[in-house]
Design a protein around this ligand. Structure first.
Ligand code: FEO
Ligand code: CA
Ligand code: CA
Length: 658
C-alpha cells in the first residue's frame, strides 16, 4: 500500500470499546479506567482545547491526499506542525541500528511464540518459593503465611542486578507484583463474600520479590529457591515516607501519628533501576484499595471510591477505610525505592517525586550529575512528570545516593503545538501555587499540575531514556474518551484507540533542561487498515505489523526501542506481544513483532541483562477473561494460569535483536 492510501483514512473511527476483560477484572486491575469517566480536573481549560483551535488534522488529510511527500513527513513544515518540529541536529541521525530478526505473525495461541533463532523459558511462576523454606504452592490450600514467602501474583516490572559488576549470567531479579484478583486466585471465589483469609492472602501477594537467577550452559535461566539473597516485600512490609509529604498533616494517621511509617505498597506497575543499583517501583492504581471517600474532592481527583471498595478489605482492616483513617490513601501512590542487595533496607516512599498513578520510573543523570526521574501518570488526560534532585550523584557513596530522591523539584510537562515543550515547576509559593505548601504539592500532585496548566495526555505509561540518541520515549497507551475536537499536537487522535509513542529531546541534550522539543514517533494501530490513522516514523507501512496499546519500553545496546503491549486482545483481537523498532537509520520506524504472549495475558516489564543477551519479560494475568474456573489460558503448565516471568535469548548466545 502506498503511504498516500495508508494516510487517507482520517475519518472519525466511531470506535466503541469492547470489553474483553470482565467488569470484575477491569475494576480490580485499574478501577475500570477504560470505562469510567476520568477523574475531574480542577477546571483549567484542557490544553487540548487550546491546541484544537490550531491543530489541523484536517490540514494533514488535505495535504496528504494532495500528495505531500510522505517520507518527508516528520521533517517537513507540515510534519513539524502535526508531529512537532525537529531541531536541526536531529536531521543528522546517529548511526543506523540494525535488527537481524524476522517479525513473527500475531496469534492467540496458548504458548509463548518467539522469533526464529530464539528460545524462551519460564523462570519463576506465581506461588513458587522465594524465601528459603517456603512451602510448595498449593492452589487449594493457600494461606497468607505461605503466600508471604512465595512469588506474588501478577508479576510486572523486572529489574536485573548483577551480583558482580557487569555480570550477565548470574544476578538478582527484582520483580514486582502489581495487583491481585480473587477470581483468578481462588477456586470457587465469591467476589461478594470475600473472606478475611482471602483478603490477607491478597495483601501479601502484592509487593515485590527478589530472587537469585542463573543462566545455564544451555542458555536457559533458572532461579535458586535456596539463595540467601531472596526476599519478599508485601502489602504488610514496613516502609518509610521521605520528602516534603512525610510527617505532614496529610500523612498522619491514628495508627501512625508520626506520618512517616507506612505498611506496604500496592498496585506496583512498572519501575526502573537507579544508577546506584536500587529499584524504583511505581505505585499505580492505588485508589481502588481504599473505601468511603464520601464527598472528598481531592480523593475524587484520584478516583478513590466514595463508598465501599470492590475488594472489601475495609471490612477487615481499618487502614483501608477512610471513615476511620482518612489520610491513609495519602500514604500511597509513590515511587518506592528498594535495595535488592539488602533485604533489611526499609523501602522508601519518595513523596518529592509526587503522588499520582505512577506507571514507571526512568532514572538518568543531568550534565551536572543530578538525578533526573521521568514518570507518567497513567490516567486519561493526566500528565508526564520529571523530577530533578537537589544534590548530585556521588560516585564514592552509595548510601549518600540513597537520599538523592528525597529532595528536589518536580515538574509537569506542557507540550506546545509547535513541537516545543516546557517543564513546569511544581513549587510552593510560585504562581499559581502561591497558596500551596510543598507537602500539599507532594501529596496532591495531580491538582498542582492541573493548576500550572500541564498538557492532558492519552494515559502516559512507561518512559524510557535512550542512552544512544539521548532522546526520551513516552508510551501513551490509548484514550478512548478523547473527543475528535479535543485533540492536540502531542495527542493527535480522538478517540485514540491504539495509543502512540512520543519522542522527546531535551534542549542541549541535558536531562535537567527546562525546555524540550518533541515529535511523534509511532501512531499505533493496524497499518493495513486504511480506516485507521497510523504512522511509523515515516517508514513504508506496507511492510509493517499491527500494534496497539504500547505499555512498557526498553532500549537495547544499539538504541532500538522494545515495546510491550497491554490490551491487544480487545483492540486488535490478538495476544499482547513484544515488539522492537529501530530509532535511527533507514529502518527507523520499521516495527517487528518479536514475541507473542498468551490469551488475555499482557506482556510487561521488558529488561535486558548488561550484555543484552537476555530479555526478561513478565506474562501478567494469563487467561484472566474467564477467571480461574474457566480460564482462557492454562499457561504455563497446562493446569491453571500462573503469571510468570520468562527469559528470552538467542540460540547462538548473541545479543538479542541482532
Ligand atoms: Fe499497570 Fe499503566 O499499566
Ligand atoms: Ca500491568
Ligand atoms: Ca503497565
Amino acid at each position: 500500500m502506498s503511504r498516500n492510501n495508508a494516510l487517507r483514512g482520517f475519518a472519525p473511527l466511531n470506535w466503541i470499546p469492547r470489553r474483553a476483560r470482565s467488569t470484575y477484572h477491569c475494576e480490580i486491575s485499574c478501577d475500570d479506567a477504560c470505562f469510567r469517566p476520568a477523574p475531574n480536573h480542577s477546571g483549567n481549560e484542557p490544553f487540548a482545547a487550546i491546541l484544537n483551535r490550531r491543530i489541523s488534522r484536517r490540514s494533514l488529510v488535505r495535504a496528504t491526499i494532495a500528495g505531500a511527500p510522505l517520507l518527508a513527513l516528520s521533517t517537513s513544515p507540515l510534519g513539524s506542525q502535526i508531529f512537532g518540529s525537529a531541531p536541526l541536529s536531529r536531521q543528522a541521525e546517529a548511526a543506523s541500528s540494525t535488527i537481524g530478526l524476522q517479525s513473527i505473525p500475531h496469534d492467540n495461541e496458548d504458548s509463548i511464540n518467539i522469533a526464529e533463532g530464539y528460545t524462551s523459558n519460564v523462570v519463576i511462576r506465581w506461588g513458587d518459593a522465594v524465601v528459603p523454606g517456603a512451602p510448595a504452592f498449593n492452589l487449594n490450600g493457600q494461606t497468607a503465611e505461605s503466600a508471604a514467602k512465595q512469588f506474588g501474583f501478577n508479576c510486572d516490572y523486572n529489574g536485573f542486578f548483577p551480583l558482580l559488576p557487569g555480570q550477565s549470567r548470574r544476578g538478582l531479579l527484582g520483580v514486582n507484583h502489581e495487583y491481585t484478583s480473587g477470581v483468578d486466585m481462588f477456586p470457587g471465589y465469591d467476589a461478594d463474600n470475600v473472606t478475611a483469609e482471602q483478603a490477607a492472602i491478597e495483601i501479601v501477594s502484592h509487593g515485590l520479590s527478589v530472587v537469585e537467577v542463573t543462566r545455564g550452559e544451555d542458555g536457559s535461566w533458572s532461579y535458586d529457591a535456596s539463595s540467601s539473597h531472596n526476599f519478599r516485600i508485601t502489602g504488610e512490609t514496613p516502609m518509610r515516607l521521605t520528602g516534603p509529604g512525610a510527617g505532614s498533616l496529610y500523612t498522619i494517621t491514628i495508627a501512625d501519628p508520626t506520618g512517616v511509617d507506612v505498611l506496604g505498597m500496592f498496585n506496583n506497575c512498572s519501575g526502573g533501576r537507579t544508577p546506584w543499583g536500587t529499584i524504583l517501583t511505581a505505585e499505580e492504581n492505588f485508589n481502588q484499595y481504599f473505601a468511603n471517600a464520601g464527598e472528598d474532592t481531592r480523593a475524587a481527583r484520584y478516583g478513590i471510591p466514595e463508598a465501599g471498595s470492590r475488594r472489601h478489605w475495609e471490612d477487615f482492616y481499618d487502614r483501608f477505610d477512610m471513615n476511620i483513617e482518612p489520610n491513609e490513601p495519602n500514604r500511597h501512590g509513590y515511587l518506592v525505592e528498594i535495595d535488592p542487595y539488602d533485604p533489611s533496607f526499609t523501602p522508601r516512599k519518595h513523596t518529592a517525586m509526587g503522588r499520582f498513578k505512577h506507571e514507571a520510573a526512568s532514572v538518568t543523570l543531568s550534565d551536572d550529575g543530578r538525578a533526573v526521574v521521568y514518570s507518567g501518570d497513567d490516567q486519561r488526560f493526566d500528565y508526564v512528570y520529571k523530577f530533578i534532585s537537589n544534590d548530585r550523584y556521588n560516585i564514592f557513596s552509595r548510601s549518600a545516593n540513597l537520599d538523592l530522591l528525597s529532595s528536589g523539584t518536580l515538574f509537569a510537562a506542557r507540550f506546545n503545538d509547535d513541537g516545543s515543550g516546557e517543564w513546569l515547576p511544581l513549587v510552593a509559593g510560585s504562581p499559581p501555587l502561591h497558596t500551596w505548601t510543598n507537602a500539599g504539592i507532594a501529596t496532591f500532585t495531580r491538582l498542582a499540575a492541573d493548576a500550572v496548566g500541564a498538557t492532558p495526555m492519552d494515559r502516559p505509561e512507561d518512559i524510557e531514556v535512550n542512552p544512544i540518541n539521548h532522546r526520551v520515549y513516552i508510551a501513551l497507551t490509548n484514550n478512548t474518551q478523547r473527543a475528535e475536537d479535543a485533540v492536540n499536537g502531542a495527542n493527535p487522535r480522538g478517540p485514540n484507540t491504539h495509543g502512540h509513542i512520543l519522542e522527546l529531546t531535551e534542549n542541549g541534550g541535558d536531562a535537567a533542561s527546562r525546555r524540550f522539543t518533541w515529535d511523534i514517533f509511532i501512531l499505533c494501530g493496524d497499518p493495513s487498515d486504511s480506516e485507521q490513522e497510523t504512522y511509523f516514523a515515516g517508514f513504508d507501512k506496507s511492510e509493517l505489523d499491527s500494534i496497539s496499546a504500547p505499555d512498557n519500553l526498553a532500549v537495547d545496546v544499539n538504541g532500538n526501542l522494545w515495546i510491550s503491549t497491554d490490551g491487544q486482545p480487545s483492540k486488535l483481537g490478538q495476544a499482547d506481544a513484544i515488539y522492537v523498532v529501530p530509532t535511527a537509520g533507514p529502518e527507523r520506524g520499521r516495527i517487528r513483532r518479536f514475541m507473542t504472549g498468551v490469551p488475555d495475558g499482557e506482556m510487561a516489564g521488558p529488561e535486558f541483562t548488561p550484555d543484552f543477551g537476555t530479555l526478561f519479560v513478565s506474562v501478567q494475568h494469563p487467561g484472566e477473561a474467564g477467571g480461574l474456573d474457566e480460564p482462557t489460558s492454562t499457561w504455563p503448565d497446562g493446569e491453571f494460569p500462573r503469571p510468570s516471568v520468562v527469559a528470552a535469548y538467542k540460540d547462538d548466545g548473541g545479543v538479542v535483536g541482532t
